[in-house]
Structures are given as structure tokens and as C-alpha cells.
Design a protein around this ligand. Structure first.
Ligand SMILES: *Cc1c(COP(=O)(O)O)cnc(C)c1O
Length: 416
């Protein structure tokens, strides 16, 4: 076994990690699906648990030596149940995408119809985008938001009655409004469809009681653990007890092999953190910060999709400012502000150069930034987007970004 420290043995990788740490420290991370995990979570990810094979589930493993692994996985499950009030939980999905795939195969047959939201209206790739394999296996049909940006329940019901889906899917990647799960459930019951919510983006807000929780109402709820939930990169499936066997079999052996127990340990730690009272304050502040940005952008003439935000993110049409989503993203990158270009509902432009940018507050809020910082950042973003080709100005804003982020150190423990 190699006994050298990383820095000595592999300077190429060590330097890349150090530079990435510096990038995270010195910039403003506003991709709404990103966050910063705690030192404890990092520690578990880098632990010896990565060495262990543990195919199967606690108490029913195909390998010996799983007594401590079982402790880890049971702890993760119990904490997640407490957080969301779920009857059954599978913490093994390697990420959000495989969690969704496992559900589709666990409760449906190939060719079955799934009713999900149109992708340009906020849906996710794994909800049947034509580029995914799932789109070849299942028949995806789509509902949309209405002109005001709200989910059009009349349209959703009409489509459900017409297409008789086996599954109705809610939960989105670029949708900024609250979701009325009870209305969806009513429609699903009317047509005999299963209900699934993919709360990947908003799981942390739900866990903190800051957004509606679909878990008590819906058959199945999937999530990632690395977005607002602020855990390691990973996925999770919550379901009613009656689906437990199907879901567990679909994850393993249906889709995956050995679970990543270092990752499951890190999930358990993140769940413990999310159970703390301070996580409630965190979730509240995420929403407050997003509301400040909503006001700043509205005041400055930007077009906010869905009319604003109830959660952590904003989808903004930047074309009225004379830039495209791609140009906006690049200019903001130059200034040290990381966002992503994004389609807006019924976008006339292409996915590679859409009309919008999507940004959010979870990562900045983790750094401790509050209303005053959001005012500053909203102003910086507006200046960048208004003068996106003025490289001198972008350099000056980059310096302002550095000064601001230096006031909110991220990982002083890891400082080099
Ligand atoms: C992020 C996301 C996923 C996918 O998660 P990965 O971990 O990237 O596979 C699935 N669904 C929704 C709604 C998401 O936002």
C-alpha cells in the first residue's frame, strides 16, 4: 500500500483539490443545487468505510463483517425517518438520478405512462427528457405551468384523465414556487395513479418545516442529499410501507451493486445536523435571502419566472438586459459569481444558449451571508449583466467578490 501523503505522492491531484478549495473560498457560489458540507461530513466521506462491501440491507447482507456498516446504515435510516416522517427509507441510491430510475423500475412496467412537468417549465432531465434512456423505456407526457407561472391543475387533471398515467410526478429543478401536493394527490386518486415527488432541490427546506412536506401524503418521495439538505453527494427514496419491498429490490439488486457506506455515514451526519434547531434558522435564512434577491432584481427590471420565489431559487429571464443566459453565466463567472444558464418556460432559445439564468441562496447562506450581503450581491449581478462585455468592470467586481467572500471564511480548518 502506498504510504505517502497525497501532497507528496500525487501533487497533480493535490494541487487541483487545493485550487478548488481556493475557488470555493474566494467566489460566490449561487448554483441553487450546490452547498457546502461540514467538516464532519467530509471526514466520514474520507473514512475507511469506503473499503467495505455490503451488498444487501442491514441484517441481510451478502458479505461478512458488516456489523459496523449496519450500525451506520440503520442510523442514517432512523434519522431520515425522523426528519421527514417517512414509513420506509432506502439510503443507498448513489445519487438523485439512480434514485428516480429505481422508483420507475420498482413500481412500473416498461411502456407505462408517467405524467411529469415540462422540462422548460422546471422539470428535471430524469423526469423523461428525450436524451435519457428512461424516455425510451417509459411513455412520458407533460404538464405545464400557466401564464402566471403556477402549476395549472386544470391542465394537469385534463392530461391525467386523457393519458391515464400510472404515475404522476412532481418536484422540480428550476421551479421556485410552493407545491400543493394535496391537489396532485386528489387528481392521482381520481385516475388511479401512483404519486411521486422528487424533492431533490428543496429537501432541506422541507426537513426544516419551511416548505410543504409530501412524505405523509405521497406514495414515493425521492431526493438528493447534497442540495439544500447539505449532505454528501447522494440520493434517497422514502415511501409508504406497502412499496418498501419493491423499492428496496429495485435499488439492489435491480439497479446497483454495493452501497457506498462512507457516503451513507456522511448522510447520517448530515441528517443529524438537519435535526438540530440551528438548521431551521438556516432554512429560514435561505428563503429570506432569496426574497431579498427577488426584490432587488424586480426593482431593476428583470423578469422573474413564476413571478418570484417561495423557496431558495430564482429563474430569471435576462434577455431584456440584452444578454443571453450563456453570456450572462460567462460574464458572472468572470466576476467570480457562479450561476447556471437555464431554459425559461417555453424558451424560444436553445438549451445551450437559453434566455435565463438560475441562481439560489443555499451555499451563500451556509457561509453565513444574510440580507445585507444579498443586497450587495444583487447589485453586483445587475452590474455584471448590464455591462457584460466591460472586462475592466468585471475585474473590479471580481475584486469586490473576493473581499466579500473573505469576510465569510468557509473552511478555515482546511486553510493551506
Ligand atoms: C438534482 C436533481 C436530480 C438529480 O440528482 P443527481 O444527484 O445529479 O443525480 C433529480 N431530480 C431533481 C428534481 C433534481 O433537482
Amino acid at each position: 500500500m502506498n504510504k505517502m501523503k497525497l501532497a507528496e505522492y500525487d501533487p497533480i491531484i493535490k494541487q487541483a483539490i487545493t485550487k478548488e478549495l481556493q475557488r470555493q473560498e474566494s467566489g460566490l457560489e449561487m448554483i441553487p443545487s450546490e452547498n457546502f458540507v461540514s467538516i464532519a461530513v467530509l471526514e466520514a466521506l474520507g473514512s475507511v468505510l469506503t473499503n467495505k462491501y455490503s451488498e444487501g440491507y442491514p441484517g441481510k447482507r451478502y458479505y461478512g463483517g458488516c456489523e459496523f456498516i449496519d450500525e451506520v446504515e440503520v442510523t442514517a435510516i432512523e434519522r431520515a425517518k425522523q426528519l421527514f416522517g417517512a414509513e420506509h427509507i432506502n439510503v443507498q441510491p448513489l445519487s438523485g438520478a439512480p434514485a428516480n430510475v429505481a422508483v420507475y423500475f420498482g413500481i412500473l412496467e416498461p411502456g407505462d405512462t408517467i405524467l411529469g412537468m415540462d422540462l422548460s417549465h422546471g422539470g428535471h432531465l430524469t423526469h423523461g427528457h428525450p436524451v435519457t434512456y428512461m424516455a425510451k423505456v417509459f411513455n412520458f407526457v407533460r404538464y405545464k405551468t400557466n401564464a402566471e407561472g403556477n402549476i395549472d391543475f386544470d391542465n394537469l387533471r385534463a392530461m391525467a384523465l386523457e393519458h391515464k398515467p400510472k404515475l404522476i410526478l412532481v418536484g422540480y429543478s428550476a421551479y421556485s414556487r410552493e407545491i400543493e401536493y394535496d391537489k396532485v394527490k386528489q387528481i392521482a386518486d381520481e385516475v388511479g395513479a401512483y404519486t411521486m415527488a422528487d424533492v431533490a432541490h428543496i429537501a432541506g427546506l422541507i426537513a426544516a418545516g419551511e416548505m410543504n412536506n409530501p412524505v405523509p401524503l405521497f406514495d414515493i418521495v425521492t431526493t438528493t442529499t447534497h442540495k439544500t439538505l447539505r449532505g454528501p453527494r447522494g440520493g434517497m427514496i422514502m415511501c409508504k410501507e406497502k412499496f418498501a419491498k419493491q423499492i428496496d429490490k429495485a435499488v439492489f439488486p435491480g439497479l446497483q451493486g454495493g452501497p457506498h457506506e462512507n457516503n451513507i455515514a456522511a448522510k447520517a451526519i448530515a441528517f443529524k445536523e438537519a435535526l438540530e434547531p440551528s438548521f431551521k434558522d438556516y432554512a429560514k435564512q435561505i428563503k429570506t435571502n432569496a426574497k431579498v434577491l427577488e426584490r432587488v432584481f424586480a426593482e431593476r427590471g428583470y423578469k422573474l419566472m413564476f413571478g418570484g420565489t417561495d423557496n431558495h431559487l430564482l429563474l430569471i429571464d435576462v434577455t431584456p438586459k440584452g444578454v443571453t443566459g450563456k453570456q450572462g453565466q460567462y460574464a458572472l463567472d468572470e466576476a467570480g459569481i457562479t450561476v447556471n444558464k437555464n431554459m425559461i418556460p417555453d424558451d424560444p432559445r436553445s438549451p445551450m444558449d437559453p434566455s435565463g439564468i438560475r441562481l439560489g441562496t443555499p451555499a451563500l447562506t451556509t457561509r453565513g451571508m444574510k440580507e445585507a450581503e444579498m443586497e450587495l450581491i444583487g447589485d453586483m449581478i445587475d452590474r455584471v449583466l448590464t455591462h457584460s462585455t466591460d472586462h475592466e468592470l468585471l475585474t473590479r467586481i471580481r475584486a469586490e467578490v473576493k473581499t466579500l467572500s473573505a469576510r465569510f471564511p468557509l473552511y478555515p480548518e482546511l486553510a493551506v
